[in-house]
Design a protein around this ligand. Structure first.
Ligand code: GDP
Ligand code: ZN
Length: 351
């Protein structure tokens, strides 16, 4: 008796299997299936990534098993951790310990913007700063175009903690990945949002995860129906766009002004040139200038670059791989497949 295929989302990769969370529950409320990959999936070169939307066939409901028959085209792909179709990047920076560095924060925000996902800014360790200073940061970031939250995991009951507000925002359908510098409390935050994380990871891993190919990829946990959070933080080293001109799109406050007016010169770098709609008096102007000058210096250094550099590739060992700058962009389907194949390096099913 042939079961019709079911749509679901890959929430964890094991060596030869993956867990798929179904859109709709099956008989007896079965929501998660342990799936193999069909041979033709392997032959077509299609890889599976956590976050992928897939079609599951050959379902054995009582056993909770199935096989991934096809993968839907990806909208977005993050490479570290490998996560497809993410909808939100949560940038976490501490208000103190380590002290907040606006340039570093801006670099992380730029990196998050480059992913193509929506960006949620979170100030952590709110318990370490007087409320008035917390408010200053919140207002400042709101002026940049973000809707920041300040949280504490150490003292969640502290008046200013927006932990519950963050949980609510991340409970909307979608897939979120946390990122930010180390030591700011990302792991603490993930543990606070997914309280029984340790137990659940152990339960899912079990026997299947042992063996030679046990590279553990990111795993996605449901915060609410259709709302997933990656169990490991994303990039912890910020990157800048490849082209200086692309920097503008990474600043929401510039996007907003350019949406309602344009500069006198089409190649305006918005550094206070005559007829510039951005002007010179805006909060992050010095930070923008610093990033822009860095990009321009890099461009001069590379002097146009090789063909590989032009294509956004760099040599690594015996193969070309996308440069960091290109990794967080929205990719063409072909680009996605190549990138996934090159970078995920998923082990082939054995035995
Ligand atoms: P990660 O490197 O970003 O994952 O940061 P961790 O979650 O490992 O936390 C780094 C350090 O900051 C640890 O010593 C935590 O106990 C501490 N920490 C995390 N969250 C908070 C917080 O909300 N308030 C305070 N005071 N300390 C925190
Ligand atoms: Zn301008």
């Amino acid at each position: 008796m042939a079961e019709p295929g079911r749509r679901g989302r890959v929430v964890a990769l094991l060596a030869n299997y993956c867990w798929v969370q179904l859109d709709l529950p099956g008989p007896d409320g079965v929501r998660r299936l342990l799936c193999t990959r069909r041979t033709r999936l392997g032959k077509s070169g299609q890889t599976i990534c956590v976050g992928d939307w897939v079609q599951v066939e050959g379902i054995d409901w009582p056993a909770g098993r199935g096989a991934v028959a096809s993968v839907e085209p990806r909208a977005l792909l993050l490479d570290r951790p490998p996560v497809a179709n993410l909808s939100t990047v949560v940038v976490v920076v501490a208000l103190a310990e380590p002290a907040l560095d606006p340039l570093q924060l801006t670099r992380f925000l730029i990196t998050a913007e480059l992913s193509g996902a929506s960006v949620q800014l979170v100030f952590s360790k709110v318990d370490l700063l007087p409320v008035a200073q917390v408010d200053q940061w919140l207002q400042r970031a709101a002026g940049w175009g973000y809707q920041p939250l300040a949280v504490s995991t150490a003292v969640p009951q502290v008046a200013a903690s927006g932990l519950e507000a963050l949980r609510q925002r991340l409970s909307r359908p979608g897939l979120a990945v946390l990122c930010g510098p180390s030591g700011v409390g990302k792991s603490s935050l993930i543990n606070a949002l997914i309280p029984d994380l340790g137990l659940r990871v152990a339960a899912v891993s079990g026997r299947l995860q042992r063996g030679r190919h046990t590279t553990r990829h990111v795993e996605l946990f449901p915060l609410a129906d259709g709302a997933l959070l990656a169990d490991t933080p994303g990039f912890n080293r910020p990157v800048l766009p490849q082209q200086p001109a692309d920097l503008i799109a990474c600043f929401p406050e510039l996007r907003a002004r350019l949406a309602v007016g344009s500069c006198q010169f089409s190649d305006c770098q918005h550094q206070g040139e005559p007829g510039c709609v951005i002007g010179a008096a805006w909060d992050r102007q010095p930070l923008y200038s610093q990033c822009l000058n860095e990009l321009l210096a890099e461009q001069r250094r590379s002097g146009g670059g090789s063909r590989a550099a032009d294509a956004g590739l760099r040599q690594r060992g015996d193969r070309l791989e996308p440069r960091l700058e290109a990794r967080y962009r929205q990719l063409s389907r072909r680009g996605q497949r190549q990138q996934a194949a090159a970078e995920l390096n998923l082990p082939d099913p054995e035995d």
